[in-house]
Write a protein that binds this ligand. Structure first.
Ligand code: URA
Length: 435
């Protein structure tokens, strides 16, 4: 067996055997197969696809390129939630402490923002001092002690994915269902969890643009996870308008804090409760979705979820005082209010434009090396379906970059579509795919 033969087989539409996939992935991870041959295989997979069995083997093989965490010595059900990324998605910041407060262990490994799409690690690091680079031993210890920890990818988890993702980015092979499936699930399997809930975002602000494509990905994720013995539920949710009211790291963290203290945008609440309830059901600590929601609401209203968040921030060296007095956070030099151009109903808030505007304001990155201004971002004062009056403030932008403020002002006036007719807000959750 050699790399050439394996590439040719996939190029001609053949199904790869497990030993062929293992040979290729392990060879690549150990620098025995060069980038140009991996690029050719990636393109062959992109063009010809993979069966569920092949995708499951690819996933397992990528997982085996690194370590697999082992929580066996820590009692309790361990579950994670992961989103494919969007604008204003601060669900993890609320969900992780909330589910942990209910008694389920949440070892969460998250990513950073890139382009228009935000990342949970950046939102956490907006809290002064917060450490997302815990060692694996510190991670285990914190899960044992308080039931929740949120960290970044380590070098030892799925090194094959890190190399392959960079290559996919450069070879136009990101948008491949088997490759996305392998990439997401290999990292989640490496966490050594008992269950997983995924949020596949759909719409202009997501990388899956249509509900049909999202369903194909969701089915691939659920089946591939099952073949690797990881019970997984996938929610398909709308990402054509930003989630909640804030886009930009600190603004989103603050929105999550407000929600944990008992208030927040209804769509953020709806999605957080739906995903969290599913996690409680999978952990079998409740018998029905109603019981789960009742329990979750109690944990929010009693302050238990907020206390768990504070506990996690403290354990990870973050400044807890800012959670109690978020108004003390430094403010941007410039603020600008965006006004409605006419009376009517909000029909569209283009999530992609909002996400790219946050980057322009200094709140995101175009390449991984870019520095982030955590204060920068956009607060929305309306959502799809809301009635607005001409000259009413519909958004506020925050930045230290004077020039960017003017440019974003111009871009944002086109991001909002106001209709003269009443607009019904579409349902946020499009579908739920279970094994
Ligand atoms: N997220 C990942 O981790 N990998 C992909 O390929 C796409 C989204």
């Amino acid at each position: 067996m050699n790399a050439y033969q394996i590439i040719a087989k996939k190029r001609d539409g053949g199904a790869l055997a497990a030993d062929e996939i293992d040979y290729f992935i392990h060879g690549y991870a150990h620098d025995k197969i060069p980038d140009y041959q991996m690029s050719a295989l990636l393109m062959a997979i992109y063009l010809n696809g993979m069966s569920f069995a092949e995708t499951a083997t690819l996933t397992r093989s990528m997982l085996e390129s690194g370590i697999r965490m082992n929580f066996k010595n820590i009692p309790g059900y361990k579950i994670d939630k992961h989103s494919t990324g969007g604008v204003g998605d601060k669900v993890s910041l609320v969900l992780a402490p909330l589910v942990a407060a209910a008694g389920v262990k949440v070892p969460m490994i998250s990513g950073r923002g890139l382009g228009h799409s935000g990342g949970t690690l950046d939102k956490l690091e907006a809290i002064p001092g917060f450490r997302t680079n815990l060692s694996i031993d510190e991670f285990y210890q914190q899960i044992d002690e308080i039931g929740v920890a949120m960290i970044g990818q380590t070098e030892r988890i799925c090194p094959a994915d890190k190399k392959m993702y960079a290559l996919r980015d450069a070879t136009a092979t990101i948008e491949s269902v088997p490759l996305i499936t392998g990439s997401i699930l290999s990292k989640k399997l490496a966490e050594g969890i008992d269950g997983l809930v995924l949020d596949v975002k759909t719409g202009v602000g997501a990388f899956m643009k249509t509900a049909d494509d999202s369903r194909i990905l969701a089915e691939s994720l659920v089946k591939t996870a099952a073949l690797n013995d990881l019970p997984t539920t996938v929610f398909i949710t709308r990402m054509d308008e930003p989630l909640g009211r804030a886009a930009g790291n600190w603004l989103e963290t603050r929105e999550a804090i407000d929600y944990l203290k008992g208030g927040g945008a209804s769509d953020l609440m709806e999605l957080t409760l739906a995903l969290s309830a599913e996690m409680l059901l999978m952990a079998k600590i409740v018998r029905s979705a109603e019981e789960a929601r009742h329990r979750l609401n109690e944990l929010l209203n009693s302050g238990a979820a907020f206390r768990k968040f504070c506990q996690m921030v403290e354990h990870q060296h973050g400044d807890v005082s800012i959670l109690h007095e978020p108004e003390q956070y430094p403010r941007s030099k410039y603020e600008l209010h965006i006004k409605a151009l006419r009376d009517g109903f909000i029909k569209e808030i283009d999530a992609l434009t909002i996400g790219l505007s946050v980057v322009q304001l200094g709140g995101g990155r175009l390449v991984m090396e870019d520095q982030i201004d955590y204060k920068a971002g956009i607060l929305l004062h309306c959502q799809i379906g809301d009635a607005v009056k001409k000259d009413q403030t519909i958004a506020t932008i925050y930045s230290d970059r004077e020039k960017a403020i003017a440019e974003v002002d111009c871009a944002l006036s086109k991001a909002f579509t106001i209709s003269g007719e009443c607009v019904k807000k579409p349902s946020l959750i499009i579908d739920v795919v279970r094994p």
